[in-house]
Design a protein around this ligand. Structure first.
Ligand code: PHE
Ligand code: NA
Length: 458
């Protein structure tokens, strides 16, 4: 049943593909606005702790599961525990999360495509900040326009995943990721030189623990998973293409380091602008769409930079989205024996359909509340990042920490020369990660959220 797999061509190729999956809208679009909504500094600290103590060990565990079994997320558990094992649920939760996330991720990626188009037409040049802010509100109220871009983005994913991910994406990542970094560095410097710089830095790094609720701790945990592409079958699947002698610790550290750096730079680029122009840091999902074009409309060369920025953001979204699609496609290929074309076409089509209510969240379906007072868009986001990802992370850490054979895990680390880290890693995955996730989930469940959602169904 398990056909011989094509593996990543080189170590760099693997790191770039995995970093391409990790670095995406989560870093540049989502991180700044969730920091803004959750009060800044204290949230950032909790997020960093979650990344190091929970995210990093689980990333290594997902790579180990994938590489050891050479299967998709469901298949990995089937191979280790047999067809009837309850652990297979962990694979299913992951794949379900990947499916739901792709549907709304693509809508947001569509917004970035729309902004590329606007930048090309020069819509941001010489207009006041308020007009630019209004453009975003206009866009999310325009269902057909969002659906069109959502369709374009899904088709791009489809095209790439059908053709096989490795070659094109590996090559393009190498060229485009450095440009994205350079552009971010520029925006970061712009932020540091602006008059809101100090306020922005203070907002991000001065912890005010009064503002921290159980909800924001869960949000930080969920975002740590989201940003590192964990709990979504993506890293298990990408892990299944890693060579035996690759160093999992070194690679994971590089991927995590890059992801965190880019998120922090995005925050430090955006909050100073937010404070300079007197915007609300808690402005929500529109935050970067309202701030970045304002900066570009004011600096020389801004016309070109705006095009580049949204183009590269679209590219970052694309390398993430294809890993979400690939994780689901791998299941149909590995477990159901489907061909790649048929699997990709079906799943991309489904992602398009399920994304429709998200695209209509702020107009025709605005009155349709799923979780509490939330729109469909917010509900899909909340359900996945706040619940499905932590739950899948919890299952994976309990399985790997308590039920998978220690000698096989150690082998995975020894093969790449980092066997020494085994005791530390094992301690984190066995005790710290599951208890941290369980505690946070427990408090959040008590606080409302999911219970209220069940209440709403009746
Ligand atoms: N990590 C991506 C981001 O930060 C999102 C993503 C999640 C991509 C899961 C793939 C899998 O934008
Ligand atoms: Na990320």
């Amino acid at each position: 049943q398990t056909a011989p797999r094509s593996l990543w061509a080189s170590r760099l190729g693997f790191i770039l593909a995995a970093a391409g999956s990790a670095v995406g809208l989560g870093n540049i679009w989502k991180f700044p606005y969730v920091v803004g909504e959750n009060g800044g500094g204290a949230f950032v600290l909790v997020y960093l702790a979650c990344i190091l103590l929970v995210g990093l060990p689980i990333m290594m565990a997902e790579f180990m599961l994938g590489r050891h079994t050479r299967r998709d997320a469901v298949g990995a558990f089937v191979q280790l525990e047999g067809k009837r094992s309850p652990w297979i649920a962990a694979g299913w939760v992951s794949i379900t999360a990947a499916f739901l996330i792709l549907s709304y991720y693509s809508v947001v990626a569509g917004w970035t495509l729309d902004y590329v188009y606007r930048a090309l037409r020069g819509s941001f040049s010489g207009v006041p900040a308020a007009t630019i802010e209004g453009m975003f509100d206009g866009l999310i109220a325009d269902g057909p326009r969002q659906i069109l871009w959502h369709l374009v983005f899904i088709c791009l994913c489809l095209g790439i995943v059908i053709g096989g991910v490795q070659k094109g994406i590996e090559r393009w990542s190498k060229i485009l990721m450095p440009i994205l970094l350079a552009l971010l560095a520029l925006l970061f410097m712009n932020g540091m030189l602006s008059k809101g710089a100090w306020e922005g830095i203070a907002f991000m790094f001065r912890p005010d623990f009064e503002k921290l609720t159980a909800g924001s701790v869960l949000e930080a945990m969920g975002h740590a998973f989201f940003t590192l592409s964990l709990g979504m079958a993506a890293m298990i699947t990408y892990g299944s293409y890693i060579k035996r002698n690759e160093d999992l610790l070194g690679s994971s550290l590089r991927i995590v380091g890059l992801d965190v750096t880019i998120a922090l730079m995005a925050g430090l680029a955006i909050f100073p602008i937010v404070f300079s122009v007197g915007m609300e840091p808690g402005a929500g999902p529109g935050l970067i769409f309202k701030t970045i074009p304002v900066v570009f409309s004011r600096i020389p060369g801004g016309f070109v930079l705006a095009i580049l920025f949204f183009l590269l953001l679209s590219f970052a979204a694309l390398t993430s989205a294809i890993s979400l699609l690939e994780a689901q496609v791998a299941y149909l290929i590995d477990e159901r024996g489907w061909g790649r074309k048929r699997a990709t076409a079906l799943l991309a089509g489904l992602a398009f359909l399920v994304g429709l209510p998200t695209a209509l969240s702020y107009n025709s379906l605005a009155q349709w509340h799923l979780i509490g007072e939330r729109t469909f868009f917010d509900s899909a986001d909340l359900l996945t990042s706040n619940y499905l990802l932590p739950i899948s992370g919890l299952l994976i850490s309990i399985y790997v920490g308590w039920f998978w054979s220690g000698s096989e895990e150690k082998q995975e680390l020894v093969a790449g020369g980092s066997g020494w880290v085994y005791p530390l890693w094992h301690f984190l995955i066995r005790y710290i990660a599951p208890s941290a996730i369980a505690i946070v989930l427990f408090f959040k469940m008590r606080e409302t959220g999911l219970f209220a959602w069940f209440g709403n169904l009746f």
